[in-house]
Ligand binder design. Structure first.
Ligand code: ADP
Length: 343
């Protein structure tokens, strides 16, 4: 499909280039041949009135020679224009193909990304659905199912529904982020507000695990999309809480430098395996430790959303980890490039 589209666009580009080139050539031919004829007429008129050439024979020989020369010039112009148009056809063909590829490349990329996303999302959806279906089928087939057994099935089904809900929320967050990818409403937000908004979102989860969230407020502000930046910080805090042991500490640090703002979330969790570290920002990627039996819920979407938000703010995100815990550092410019701001 992509190849056919490239070919079609190439032909359209080439058609436009050739149309322009042919119109230009026709106009050039007309102007130059008219000019030649007019010059010739003028010259012959001048010579005819000249005393030297007034003997009939000499003039007629000269006249024929000039006409032949005129024809020759016309022919030369015609061939030059034909060669020129052939060169335009070849060069234009190559340039059109290159331009068509360049034009359609981002569309192909986003199409591929969407297909990959749909495939991954369907795969992730299928796992809990299959589990719910098979558990319910087994329970329905069992004629001697006791109330206690039935409750167990309900409980397990409810857990799977919870997983589905988490996934649906993650997909929704991602979709929101995708649609926000173009419309940006940047505003200046103080770092203190940003952190307190994010902390409010995760306070309950932290309380459940008796995790203390530590933040020493700093002066300074950053320009960005409020919803996006709060979301970014909440994702990092959610993960820090999710992967940390009970009664541990999660620290938030903010710093403003001349042109950049630094946001850091540190935890005292088990850290991220070195093998996982390069992949944790990929969609649907979950570390091996997160997949184990007593693992926390998750679908590997949080960090990819976080990275997307950071990129929308022209910044960078980095993870460092060892056995004493993980550290996520975000660096974003204090002010967004002017030409990207809404007028
Ligand atoms: P999820 O948490 O749903 O699995 P994320 O995209 O948020 O998805 O994270 C991807 C993976 O990165 C997780 O599965 C986990 O292995 C690892 N990870 C992220 N944050 C932390 C953290 N603070 N401590 C340990 N591992 C983490």
């Amino acid at each position: 499909m992509f190849r056919a589209a490239v070919l079609r666009l190439t032909l359209w580009y080439l058609f436009l280039i050739m149309l322009l080139s042919i119109c230009f050539s026709v106009a050039l031919y007309r102007v130059s041949t008219r000019e030649l004829s007019q010059n010739e007429d003028r010259l012959q008129g001048l010579l005819r009135s000249n005393v030297f050439m007034n003997d009939g024979g000499g003039f007629s020989v000269f006249h024929d020679a000039r006409i032949a020369q005129l024809e020759d010039s016309r022919e030369k112009i015609t061939w030059s224009l034909i060669y020129f148009n052939l060169a335009v056809l070849l060069g234009g063909g190559a340039a059109s193909f290159f331009l068509a590829r360049r034009t359609l490349e981002p569309i192909e990329e986003s199409l591929e990304q969407q297909q990959r996303f749909t495939a991954d999302a369907s795969h992730e959806l299928r796992t809990p659905l299959t589990s719910i279906k098979s558990e319910l089928e087994v329970a329905l087939r069992d004629k001697k199912l006791t109330l206690a057994e039935s409750k167990k099935v309900h409980k397990s089904t409810l857990e799977e529904v919870g997983r589905l809900e988490t996934l649906a929320n993650g997909l929704l967050r991602l979709a929101k982020q995708d649609s926000n990818g173009r419309v940006k409403h940047f505003e200046v937000i103080t770092l203190e507000t940003l952190v307190s908004d994010a902390v409010n979102q995760v306070a309950k989860a932290a309380e459940k695990k008796q995790i203390s969230l530590v933040y020493k407020p700093t002066e300074g502000s950053v320009e960005g999309e409020r919803w996006g930046l709060v979301e970014l910080l909440s994702i990092l805090l959610e993960n820090a809480i999710k992967y940390s042991p009970k009664k541990s500490t999660v620290t938030i640090e903010t710093k403003t430098r001349t042109t950049k703002t630094y946001l850091q979330v540190r935890d005292e969790g088990p850290g991220i395996a070195a093998d996982d570290l390069p992949h944790i920002f990929n969609r649907f990627y979950r570390g091996d430790r997160s997949r184990t039996k007593n693992a926390t819920h998750g679908y590997g979407l949080g960090l990819s959303i976080a990275q997307k938000i950071v990129h929308l703010h022209h910044g960078s995100i980095e993870a460092q980890s060892d056995k004493t815990g993980s550290r996520f550092t975000v660096v974003i410019p204090n002010r967004q490039p002017r030409n990207l701001l809404p007028s």
